[in-house]
Ligand binder design. Structure first.
Ligand SMILES: Cc1cc2nc3c(=O)[nH]c(=O)nc-3n(C[C@H](O)[C@H](O)[C@H](O)COP(=O)(O)OP(=O)(O)OC[C@H]3O[C@@H](n4cnc5c(N)ncnc54)[C@H](O)[C@@H]3O)c2cc1C
Length: 382
């Protein structure tokens, strides 16, 4: 059976990940080579921030006061008698017996339905398309995602090529890597919403520039194929005019429709009128009486749902943008011109000036429950 997540290592990191992931409805298997509860050489002092996490994960309530000792601050003393000390914020920290912490986390993970496998050693793993296959002492285990929580030295992270500063950096993706490097390097990271740019230069194709800026998961040419409009007679690819809004919308809606029909994007150019012809094909295969207008609405609904999902997860309008190097300087699109195209896009979509689908738009698409305010921002995770 394939799991959403396989976690290797049942220390505090692995168990905390397992509890959080399972509480979000993901199927989780955790493999620990030792028997639970696990002990380990440790000073056993948990800082205020760590206590907040234990509270949020529902672990603190499972700890017996007999296994805990509060402390208000930390004092370092040297052999020559000199010392330094400081008090901790938020009521201080808590010393927790390591085995008691392990037992409480294991109990909490079981409550959430994590599949805990103890005395299970992971020997290695192999990548497969969209999954990872673990070689374990219990036999093979397949998962969509592997979390290597196998300790500080982590042979698994090393095997995945995340050893050393460069490997760690590259594995983060360019946005997070730029955050780690600092010094304004984010301006040179060619990414939108954390996804790296494809090979379509926004400076040479304004509809594509808009499509990449607003697309739900970042600079993804499989979600916006707006370069097609730029390369057609429909528009002047070098002009940042308001007409680009409707063109970018149409491209996104049609990409979503093709994904829903499970059609390869290379078929884009095959259709003269994608929704109408796709409706005819779908009708032949299924017998459903669908027409082009209905399929157009399917694509539009998908894009609106993606936007609502992002908003619920905390996305903001600021993220609908392009890297500074494509906006500023000679040949740059300019922030104001991008903002004007985004406003035209919002208007074509029936979204507010903040990029939020309006209740009227959601009702038009049959998303009445969400129009009534059923899309609340998720609480920040610990
Ligand atoms: C002397 C000492 C004192 C410390 N004092 C403190 C302190 O006071 N406060 C504090 O916050 N931190 C302290 N630490 C640090 C703290 O112990 C670690 O940060 C913490 O244990 C890291 O948790 P983890 O889950 O990442 O890794 P670990 O706790 O190391 O857990 C990794 C788990 O993975 C398992 N594993 C490894 N490989 C495999 C495999 N191939 N297959 C299956 N399972 C595998 C291991 O058996 C282990 O249980 C101290 C550390 C030391 C050494």
């Amino acid at each position: 059976m394939r799991r959403d997540i396989a976690i290797v290592g049942g220390g505090p990191a692995g168990l905390a990940c397992s509890i959080e992931a399972a509480s979000r409805g993901l199927s989780v298997v955790l493999l620990e080579r030792r028997a639970f509860p696990c002990d380990k050489a440790c000073g056993e002092g948990v800082m205020p921030e760590g206590l907040r996490v234990l509270e949020a994960l529902g672990i603190r309530a499972l700890l017996s006061p007999n296994d805990c000792a509060p402390f208000r601050g930390i004092r370092y003393e040297q052999e020559d008698g000199s010392w330094a000390e400081g008090s901790l914020p938020d009521g201080g920290g808590l010393g927790i017996r390591r085995v008691a912490l392990s037992a409480a986390m294991v109990a909490r993970a079981r409550e959430e339905g994590v599949d805990l496998r103890e005395q299970a050693f992971v020997k290695g793993f192999q990548r497969a398309p969209n999954s990872v296959l673990l070689d374990t002492s219990l036999g093979p285990i397949e998962a969509s995602l592997l979390i290597a929580a196998d300790g500080l030295a982590s042979p698994l992270r090393r095997a995945a090529g995340r050893e050393g500063r460069l490997g760690e950096l590259v594995a983060m993706g360019s946005r997070r890597a730029a955050g780690a490097v600092g010094g304004g390097s984010i301006d040179f990271a060619p990414q939108v919403k954390g996804m790296e740019m494809p090979g379509y230069h926004p400076g040479a194709m304004r509809t594509m520039a808009l499509g990449l800026a607003v697309a739900a998961r970042g600079a993804d040419h499989n979600r916006s194929g707006a370069y097609e409009a730029d390369l057609s007679e429909e528009t002047d690819r070098l002009e940042a005019d308001p007409g680009k809004g409707a063109l970018a919308k149409r491209s996104e809606d049609r990409a979503a429709l093709m994904d829903s029909l499970i059609l390869c994007k290379f078929l884009r150019g095959v259709f003269a009128d994608l929704p109408a012809e796709a409706a005819a094909l779908l009708g032949l295969v299924t017998g459903w009486p669908v027409d082009g207008a209905e399929l157009e609405a399917v694509g539009e609904r998908v894009v609106n749902l993606r936007r609502l999902y992002n908003l619920r997860e905390g996305a903001t309008r600021d993220e609908d943008t392009l890297p500074a190097r494509f906006l500023e300087g000679g040949g740059g699109l300019g922030r104001e011109r991008l903002a004007a195209m985004i406003a035209a896009y919002d208007s074509a979509r029936g979204w507010s000036a903040e990029g939020v689908p309006t209740p009227g738009t959601l009702r038009r698409l049959g998303l009445d429950a969400l129009a009534a305010g059923g899309n609340h921002p998720r609480e920040a995770s610990p």
